[in-house]
Write a protein that binds this ligand. Structure first.
Ligand code: NAD
Ligand code: ZN
Length: 355
């Protein structure tokens, strides 16, 4: 993968090798305090050793491990983490480092944001999805009563360090998971990036660091214009209104679907709605359909009313109406689009017929 320099970056996020970043300098400020590193079992195995052997300050760090997977974004796990922090007498001058994918940064960010009304944390995303999406933009959260990200806050990380070298050990299906978000970033904001991504066959071999950086920049640009999601930021939810409902549905089964996979299916359905409601051209819809079905298997629960019901909890809804972000064209997205059940049903039936 090609190298990237530190120039032209937002101060709270650095992209490049972590060993030559400001990470060691930042750690210096915590030499007198305590540092904890949150990992899951996979990032414990693949990533932790490099971090603690490269940075002396981390040799004494407390390691907190949670099981890998979405099930760890759970209140009982938070309670365990707050226990550990309390037992170690963690305070506001101490530091939490989230070393892992989106589950670790969502969970660690939430735990840190609430503990003693907030302690500082750093995100070191190790999955493609974490780098492109979850570890940037200040949102954190856990799932509650079967609903995705039902509890959470907007709390910025002290800094986020994106180093694509972590991706060498990332399983192929996790590349795909992150790729879904990159496709989304391009569809809502950057038609040129979309054209580039169309040409990619084997993601882990062909995706470039420059394309990953472009994906991060897109998210940053959007978040900077609307940090608290009052308007424009909602476009980042393209594919997510239906995607989250599908993800929540499978979360309750013995075959959970990854976030990216659910979002890919959500994008296909929402692209169909865009065709009906927001002016997307048929040729663009067909291209989106081809890309999604070429990369992702189509899982669609037969009970569409249940999916519609799960969508009622989406945070973008207003006055009991479903509001979605829909495409006006490739590279252009409109938020707050009112969608009725009959329209949803039409899209759902059309996509289900592709199975
Ligand atoms: N806060 C936000 O703005 C935001 C945005 C998008 C997604 N999310 C959340 O992110 C989560 C999904 O993130 P994810 O896909 O990274 O899931 P994840 O954290 O579960 O990581 C996926 C898998 O990859 C493993 N892994 C991570 N890095 C690795 C590495 N370098 N080598 C080997 N294995 C590695 C993990 O252990 C896990 O098994 C979801 O909960 C989603 O809701 C949050
Ligand atoms: Zn997402």
């Amino acid at each position: 993968m090609d190298a990237i320099s530190f120039s032209d970056q937002s101060p709270s996020i650095e992209i490049g090798p972590i060993s030559t970043s400001s990470f060691p300098n930042l750690l210096k400020g915590y030499e007198q305090g305590k540092i904890a590193i949150l990992v899951d079992e996979n990032t414990h195995y693949h990533c932790l050793e490099f971090l603690i052997t490269t940075f002396d300050t981390l040799r004494e760090a407390e390691i907190i491990e949670v099981p890998s997977g979405e099930q760890s974004k759970d209140l009982a796990i938070c309670t365990q983490l707050w226990h550990s922090l309390t037992e170690s007498n963690f305070g506001r001058h101490d530091l939490l480092i989230n070393l892992g994918g989106g589950v670790v940064s969502d969970l660690g960010g939430f735990v840190a944001s609430v503990y003693k009304r907030g302690i500082p944390f750093i995100n070191v995303p190790t999955s493609l999805l974490g780098m492109l999406d979850a570890a940037i933009g200040s949102k954190n959260g856990i799932d509650f009563l079967g609903f995705k990200n039902q509890l959470g806050s907007f709390t910025p990380a002290l800094r986020t360090f994106v180093d694509v070298n972590w991706l060498h050990t990332l399983p192929q299906k996790e590349w795909l998971n992150g790729y879904a978000e990159l496709l989304k970033h391009s569809l809502i904001y950057d038609a040129i990036l979309w054209e580039e991504l169309l040409l990619i066959d084997t993601i882990e071999k062909e995706l470039t660091a420059a394309q990953i950086k472009r994906g991060i920049d897109i998210k940053n640009e959007i978040v900077a214009q609307d940090p608290l999601e009052k308007g424009l930021r909602k476009i980042l939810n393209f594919g997510h209104t239906i995607g989250h409902a599908i993800e929540a549905y499978y979360l309750e089964t013995d075959k959970p679907l990854s976030h990216g996979h659910a979002v890919a299916i959500g994008m296909l359905l929402e692209a169909h709605l865009s065709l009906q409601l927001s002016g997307l051209q048929l040729s663009d819809f067909q291209q989106i359909k081809e890309v999604v079905l070429n990369k992702f298997s189509l899982h669609l629960p037969s009970d569409k009313s249940l999916i519609w019901q799960l969508m009622q909890h989406d945070k973008k809804n207003r006055e009991g109406q479903i509001r979605m972000s829909l495409l006006a064209a490739v590279g252009e997205c409109k938020f707050d689009q009112h969608v009725k059940f009959v329209e949803f049903e039409q899209a759902y039936d059309s996509i289900a017929a592709l199975k």
